[in-house]
Ligand binder design. Structure first.
Ligand SMILES: [Zn+2]
Length: 463
């Protein structure tokens, strides 16, 4: 109860009557029955001494349909609409679009891009709020996001045409849209778009809701040496893993990093955040390769190899701080798999290295497509890998294409998935036309087979 109104009406009894009248008027406005016809009219006999003063129309109900647009219905049935988050209101023309009640709470039916109801600790619905040193009982409140919300004071006459608004999840409230509030609403609009982007990365709305409302998620929770896992946290921070530190980078509502699992990692259960990453044993086959003496000696030119490595390191040293793709990765070339991922390789009978890539044999000149959207971090002729391309897909993930006969992109180019970036060849240390292809996550090779037809967001997360 507001002290102002109690004073005006004098007695608590009279104030009670006023409330009842207001409630009837509100019901009339909502259900559409006419107040006048509901009143008993005793053949025009109205006491002259005490004319029944109609209560001034007050806001009875409101609904914001997005961060800026909404409507307010008054006790006399009039409807006003806003297009600036409640800063200004004007009377709606009858049947005007935007004044109908939206399907609130349903992600798809709502004008909001997002259903926030599952966010833990999400915005509460307060029974009273304080703004500008005054406390208001709240009749109705609505949160568009976990930050932005509006409240209608129980006594609408206190603030005519004004909703109380918060832009910090209800910690502080404002009696109107100040320039700071308007700016915060604009920022929130951008954040909503970003969050909608994160949500769209997941296979289903259910998966998105489950993962995005968890403190931690590992995608997936079981992996093998040579794989990579996508980690999501609700909080900023970093992960220490295998002697390295991986900072979590913001995306949508969370923070992410790729976590490479080097081939040397022992199969075991590793705690990551509040989850357990299970690294399972994997057997890698062995391949014996015979190459000519000339070719074998090629690999002794350490100066050239080191010079190339410097170029590669520089190209992979920085990555766009966002995911540059939004759909599944594709195979860069349809070819014959001649060396699967992770093979232990012997060259001319000597233990050489692990082949942490796939070799796809195809005819010289076969077009090679970008596995997904990204930025060409390096397109150069290198000594061992021949004509080579590294594409940055953001957040520390790169794809690598080697032994090309021709480069069709240059460093710095933006590419889309499926763009032809080069042609199959046998340049560098190669025994025949093929594409040597792999992924690098934070400078550690990652199994390409995980990516084809998928994105890391769809590597199933823990239930
Ligand atoms: Zn290879």
């Amino acid at each position: 109860m507001s002290p102002k109104q109690s004073k005006r009406s004098g007695k608590p009894f009279a104030f009670g009557l006023l409330l009842v009248a207001t409630a009837i008027a509100a019901a009339a406005a909502i259900y559409g029955f006419g107040l006048r016809s509901a009143e008993p009219s005793q053949s025009g006999h109205v006491p002259e001494a005490e004319p029944q003063e109609a209560p001034p129309p007050v806001a009875a109900e409101f609904r914001m349909t997005d961060l800026e647009r909404g409507w307010m219905r008054y006790t006399d049935g009039t409807v006003k609409i806003t297009a600036d988050g409640g800063a200004s209101w004007r009377e709606a023309i009858e049947g005007e679009a935007g004044t109908e009640t939206p399907a609130v709470g349903s992600a798809k039916g709502s004008a909001f891009p997002f259903d926030w109801s599952w966010i833990p600790g999400g915005a509460p619905h307060p029974s009273e709020v304080s703004a500008d040193g005054q406390t208001y009982a709240v009749k109705q409140s609505q949160f568009a996001t976990d930050r932005v919300g509006w409240a209608l004071p129980a006594d609408g006459s206190q603030l005519s045409d004004t909703l109380l608004v918060t832009v910090d999840g209800g910690a502080t409230w404002h009696a109107g849209v100040t320039p700071e509030v308007a700016e915060a609403i604009r920022t929130e609009k951008e954040r909503l778009a970003e969050i909608a982007r994160e949500r769209a990365m997941y296979e289903t709305d259910e998966a998105a809701a489950r993962i995005m409302s968890s403190d931690w998620a590992l995608l997936p929770e079981r992996a093998s040496p040579g794989d990579v896992v996508l980690v999501r946290s609700r909080q900023a921070g970093e992960i220490s893993w295998q002697g390295k530190t991986y900072p979590l980078q913001p995306f949508g509502l969370g923070y992410y990093t790729y976590l490479p699992i080097p081939k040397s990692v022992k199969p075991a259960a590793y705690p990551i955040g509040d989850r357990i990453l299970t690294v399972e044993a994997k057997k890698f086959d062995t391949q014996y390769l015979q190459v000519s003496k000339e070719m074998e000696s090629m690999r002794q030119d350490t100066a050239r190899i080191q010079a190339d490595q410097k170029k590669i390191d520089a190209a992979r040293a920085k990555s766009e701080p966002q995911f540059l793709f939004d759909s599944a990765f594709v195979k860069p070339v349809e070819g014959v798999l001649t060396t699967p991922y992770g093979y232990t390789r012997y060259v001319n009978g000597k233990l050489d290295s692990s082949h942490m890539a796939i070799d796809l044999a195809a005819k010289e000149g076969t077009p090679v497509q970008a596995t997904n959207d990204g930025i060409v971090a390096l397109a150069d002729s290198l000594y061992l890998t021949g004509n080579s391309i590294y594409i940055d897909h953001g957040m520390g993930l790169f794809s690598q294409y080697a032994h090309l006969s021709k480069l069709l992109v240059k460093t710095g180019d933006r590419v889309k998935k499926g763009d032809i970036i080069g042609l199959v060849g046998t340049t560098g240390f190669s025994t025949g036309p093929h594409l040597h292809f792999t992924f690098w996550a934070h400078n550690i090779q990652a199994n390409p087979d995980l990516f084809f037809g998928k994105t890391p967001f769809r590597w199933s997360g823990g239930e």
